[in-house]
Design a protein around this ligand. Structure first.
Ligand code: ADP
Length: 389
């Protein structure tokens, strides 16, 4: 057992400890009323587990880890431009593990981070949800693994997949007693962090969207129709009978931070008149390259001419980012998604009232600040869904 195994055990056990300490922190007076539990986890964080013990067989593959060694094989079996055709996809991680381990593979199963944490609570191994399973190749439309995946020798590792928020099993007796949960408390399938954050915002009808104004500008739109376009990094997650369409631009708060401090942003924004259009036309990027809504890896940032007045400069930048957001929604519509009707906003830029008004004018639809943006709130909504089934 070398160093990697040491690190492996540390990741998984620290996640486990964190879960248990969070449960420990629940007010004891509330525990008897907890009807159901769900958990969101980082997308594509992949664990290979021993099905006889539930313990990890190797270090977890973290969400952003890339396995370029597996990519030639993955692209040779998957359809062109499929979501799994990335070095960091769950399937690339699985293939990389499969090729580098010669023994002890018979009892192995694949689980995502949230599947494993939920397993600690319900004790049934090998259950996942169709949001987490998308990047291993599961098809949420047909609700099955495609034949090109099932025919692989490693397909026995793939988990059973259910819709997010589906009751899996009652909580294990030891856990129930340890935390004082009621006898009928059920553990439900989870989802990914970013989908949980979308659910938290409460956008439940087609045409409702959440724009996250963090370091980058990420858009998620609830659509009746599924769309995919790998050129723009656009793909759809299933949410019951609808599709959650997403895309992310490299513009966003990171550019603002290269030019202004957060205090300056607040002060200057207060002096902007959001009802008047800025004539300055920029394409703010923190570095060369854009993917969505313009697919151009060599695209240059455009932040000139810079006016002497910083209020005018910031106004121009915020207005330009709003135009990029409008173009992004326009592209999703062109690709076949439901037309956006209302936008909720999350992330560091959501508190900027002047920007909200600028976006409302440029997008031509209501723009609100989301009341809830914590992913944990979205996971709780999934647990509620499970409790009502
Ligand atoms: P992430 O989680 O992606 O790092 P956050 O959601 O924490 O990002 O948001 C941080 C971003 O918010 C920063 O890049 C910063 O430029 C931006 N930001 C902070 N304050 C404001 C403000 N008043 N107006 C606009 N953007 C802001």
């Amino acid at each position: 057992m070398g160093k990697p195994m040491q690190v492996a055990m540390n990741w998984a056990s620290s996640w486990k400890e964190t879960l248990l300490s969070l449960l420990e922190d629940l007010p004891p007076t509330l525990c008897p009323y907890i009807a159901s539990i769900s958990i969101d986890g980082t997308s594509a964080t992949t664990m290979i587990i021993d099905s006889t013990t539930g313990e990890p067989l190797c270090k977890p593959f973290l969400y952003n880890e890339s396995c370029p060694d597996a990519l030639p094989f993955v692209t040779s079996i998957a359809p062109e431009n499929h979501t799994v055709c990335a070095g960091s996809s769950t399937l690339s991680k699985l293939v990389s593990w499969w090729n580098s381990h010669n023994s002890d593979k018979g009892n192995a199963i694949l689980m995502h981070q949230s599947d494993w944490l939920l397993w600690l609570l319900h004790g049934k191994l090998g259950v996942s949800d169709y949001n987490n399973a998308l990047k291993v190749g599961y098809d949420p439309e047909t609700e099955s693994y495609p034949s090109w995946l099932v025919s692989q020798p490693f397909s026995y590792l793939l988990p059973t997949v259910k819709p997010p928020g589906t009751p899996i099993e009652s909580i294990k007796e030891d856990m129930r007693k340890q935390f004082g949960f009621p006898k009928d408390c059920v553990v439900c399938t989870g989802t990914t962090d970013s989908i949980a954050a979308f659910l938290a915002a409460g956008a439940t009808l087609p045409g409702k969207a959440v724009t996250s104004l963090g370091s980058t500008l990420a858009i998620k739109l609830l659509s009746t129709y599924r769309i995919e376009d790998s050129r723009f990094g656009v793909y759809s997650h299933r949410l019951d009978d609808k599709w959650l369409v997403g895309g992310a631009s490299n513009t966003g708060g990171a550019v603002l931070r290269q030019i202004f401090t957060d205090d300056q942003l607040e002060l200057l924004s207060q002096q902007i008149n959001p009802l008047v259009a800025s004539t300055l036309d920029y394409y703010p990027l923190p570095a060369n390259g854009e993917r969505f809504p313009i697919a151009d890896p060599n695209m240059q940032p455009r932040l000139h001419p810079r006016p002497e007045n910083d209020v005018h400069y910031l106004h121009g930048i915020l207005e330009s980012i709003a135009r990029i957001e409008a173009k992004a929604f326009g592209l999703l519509k062109e690709l076949g998604a439901t037309e956006v009707e209302e936008v909720y906003t999350a992330g560091g830029g959501a508190k900027n009232e002047a920007w909200r008004k600028i976006r409302e004018r440029v997008l031509g639809i209501p723009v609100r600040r989301a009341e809830h943006t914590e992913a944990a709130y979205g996971a709780a909504l999934l647990a509620l869904k499970g409790a009502c089934q």
